[in-house]
Design a protein around this ligand. Sequence first.
Ligand code: CAA
Length: 258
Amino acid sequence: MDYQFILLTRDPAGFAVVQLNRPDVLNAINRKLMEELVAALEGLDEDENIRCIVLTGNEKAFAAGADIKEMSDASTVEMLLRDQFARWDRIRKIKTPIIAAVSGFALGGGCELMMACDIVIASETARIGQPEINIGVMPGAGGTQRLTRAVGKTKAMEMVLTGKMISAQEALQWGLVNKVVPVEFYLEEAKSLATEIAQKPPLAVRLAKEAILKAFDTTIEGGLEFERKNFYLLFASEDQKEGMKAFSEKRKAQWKGR
Ligand code: CAA
């Protein structure tokens, strides 16, 4: 598939890099970009050779939010019919781990996209925020929910109600990102983490990701039960037999993803 607003590269180390590519507008997320992004992620999710995905923008912007110009004249009914956030729900269903490599602005929908990823590597220049309040609206792609779960009520309130941006270091302290590195290394760092995850048994990776995400929408009891079932399920895999045998034989396991 030919993409207009994203660049997709597959790395022989078993991961893919998806780069948002509307640099003139700081990677503002319009409907076409979102359509392409979801199609790319779903395609990669079906590719057995891809075991981790790095999602990135450029040094200046991961993404400066939803495309304001595209929606500024829309009516409520048009917004409802467009149902643009339905595509965001599909990102939540991607089973392959997604690492966000974030530099520059990650604002509004950009911050929400970052939070929809599983791990976040940020450059020291990252500026993260939910500034929708400044243009008369509020987060619409998960910001009030994911941000609150990530940083707690008081900090989420402050960010969403003032619209102020936080620095990479603040985001690190608040648990919104995993690691902050100098700008020249953020993508390499994310790729190196992707390489590491790509070398793990893929079924166990997928089921572990699924179980962690379950923690956000279930009770502790329901979550523990879900975890346990995924754990038992892995005993039906060849990789479980191989992993435990390799441990006993003091050799490196050879994963089949079966
Ligand atoms: N939508 C559309 N265009 C955008 C954009 C956006 N979200 N963000 C930046 N751009 C465009 C600008 O209009 C500008 O285009 P032109 O050159 O054609 O004028 C270009 O990108 C560069 O931007 P600036 O000149 O503004 O760059 P700057 O360095 O002076 O400022 C900024 C950078 C602070 C990020 C500023 O661009 C800004 O405030 N952007 C909007 C951020 C925002 O409000 N995001 C939330 C959007 S709503 C949303 O995301 C809803 C949701 O929950 C899904």
